[in-house]
Design a protein around this ligand. Structure first.
Ligand code: 13P
Length: 249
């Protein structure tokens, strides 16, 4: 079964609205919607302007976080409905930076995944071990537990629609990329975990990305691997030239 590769940029806390729009116009010029799905996950303030700038181009729009409740007294938070009102297609859930700095847990990730699906937002759920866990030989246990807890109670249909991003924390923003073998080994382990939770048919549909220092120079060797269904790209997605070159790996 062939899965459409999905390459998503995660802009983190970078760019003004003006810079985002200028990226979009440069990126969209000459962009052809091909066999690969392209997503830009931007800060909240930029989303409406990017929605307009990407309109008709085939580039999909993503947020980087959302709350799981529909509304309420949650100062500073943004609800799923507020994102669908803008026309957001995707939302990154459980990025390691949110787990590390903003008290995101497998439990909140699970609630957010359910809320995203309930609102028709496609989640990109991030999992991955820190360096000490890899060095201690615990990487697979850590990721398995993140998947089992994060996906708890999700239907087969939702699991099949899910995008999982395997992002080893030691490879994020460090320039130290996982080797294609390491990345593929974990992506394939994640698929086996999804298979054990659901079934082979569901697991064959779940898309599993690699993220962590993906750049034009290493995109081909990572993305041409059978078990790696795409990439979640941080730093290199801020440049329209580099991001395009990754998509055209
Ligand atoms: P870098 O590509 O900058 O290492 O970031 C990866 C990441 O965290 C994407 O979500």
């Amino acid at each position: 079964m062939s899965r459409t590769k999905i390459i998503a940029g995660n802009w983190k806390m970078y760019k003004t609205i003006a810079e985002a729009v200028s990226f979009a116009y440069e990126f969209v010029a000459g962009f052809r919607e091909g066999e690969r799905e392209t997503v830009v996950c931007a800060p909240f303030t930029q989303l409406p302007a990017l929605k307009r700038a990407f309109s008709g181009s085939g580039v999909k729009l993503g947020a980087q976080n959302m709350h799981f409740e529909d509304e309420g007294a949650y100062t500073g938070e943004v609800s799923p409905g507020m994102l669908t009102e803008i026309g957001v297609d995707y939302c990154v859930i459980g990025h390691s930076e949110r787990r590390q700095y903003f008290a995101e847990t497998d439990e909140t990730v699970n609630k957010k995944l359910k809320a995203a699906f309930a609102h028709g937002i496609a989640p990109i759920v991030c999992v991955g071990e820190v360096l000490e866990q890899r060095d201690a030989g615990k990487a697979f246990d850590v990721v398995k537990s993140q998947i089992e807890k994060g996906l708890s109670g999700l239907s087969r249909e939702d699991a099949a629609r899910l995008v999982v991003a395997y992002e080893p924390v030691w490879a994020i923003g460090t320039g130290r990329t996982a080797t294609p073998d390491q990345a593929e080994e974990m992506c394939s382990f994640i698929r086996r975990t999804v298979k054990d939770l659901y079934d082979a048919d569901t697991a064959a549909k779940t898309r599993i990305q690699y993220g962590g220092s993906v750049k034009p120079s290493n995109a081909t060797e990572l993305l041409s691997r059978e078990e790696i269904d795409g990439a979640l790209v941080g730093g290199a997605s801020l440049s329209p030239v580099d991001f395009k070159s990754i998509i055209e790996f």
